[in-house]
Design a protein around this ligand. Structure first.
Ligand code: ATP
Ligand code: MG
Length: 210
């Protein structure tokens, strides 16, 4: 048994999230990957779509995806969500033994050393970093040293410990971002194939990102 989280803003959810999440479920050999939208992100501008809209778009996007679920524990927060607090909460809920994986794109890893209590994250989970087009392996010195200390050389499915290790994986690279979708919409360009049709329809019906 293991739990896998893919946290993000999902403003809006896109085919990259869906594809990466689905591939991660196979890679980690877990039944589900939980997509976890934050309420108020701690390290960036507030999202354009409100929490309810981001949640509804996620629901539409994963409707037929049996390997994806939504983790709602951060979305209702009225203060910025810190991953360390979320992980402590989830760890308290699942107990000390279950393996917990926090999955991140490489772009998120590049800034990890600015996260609140970042050195404690591995006390509660493993971190699995997914490659992403246009992002490089981190060069910031504190991160480099931390990666060297914690990167596991085992296969992730052989991992029996509940937390403590850092893994890197290369899945199919998908060059889609929410930023790109928001830009296309501002410029009245099509977002077909960037996010599922039901999400496109929702965005247009609610006039988000105009
Ligand atoms: P934005 O452009 O607004 O930052 P985004 O496309 O990066 O949006 P997020 O909600 O920020 O989407 O991403 C959630 C998580 O998914 C992050 O860990 C991010 O690195 C990862 N991710 C998003 N898109 C991809 C992708 N195409 N390939 C790999 N990882 C991705
Ligand atoms: Mg992002």
């Amino acid at each position: 048994m293991a739990i896998a989280l893919l946290g993000g803003t999902f403003d809006p959810v896109h085919c990259g999230h869906i594809e990466i999440g689905t591939q991660l479920a196979d890679y980690l050999d877990v039944e589900h990957v939980r997509l976890m939208p934050c309420g108020i992100p701690a390290h960036r501008e507030p999202p354009t779509a409100n929490p309810q809209q981001r949640l509804e778009m996620l629901g539409l996007a994963i409707a037929k995806r049996t390997k994806l679920t939504i983790e709602r524990c951060e979305i209702a927060h009225t203060k910025p969500s810190y991953s360390i607090d979320t992980l402590r909460q989830i760890r308290a809920d699942i107990g000390p033994v279950t393996r917990l994986f926090m999955c991140l794109g490489m772009d998120a890893l590049e800034h990890l050393h600015h996260w609140h209590e970042w050195r404690q994250l591995l006390d509660y989970c493993h971190i699995l970093v997914v490659s992403r087009p246009g992002t490089e392996y981190p060069v910031a010195l504190p991160l480099k040293a931390w990666i060297k200390d914690h990167q596991s050389d085992r296969s992730v499915t052989d991992e029996l410990r509940p937390s403590g290790c850092l893994y890197f994986c290369k899945l199919s690279l998908i060059d889609i971002s929410s930023t790109q979708i928001r830009q296309h919409l501002k410029q009245h360009r099509s977002i077909e194939h960037l996010t599922p049709d039901a999400v496109i329809d929702y965005i247009h019906r609610h006039n988000i990102y105009e």
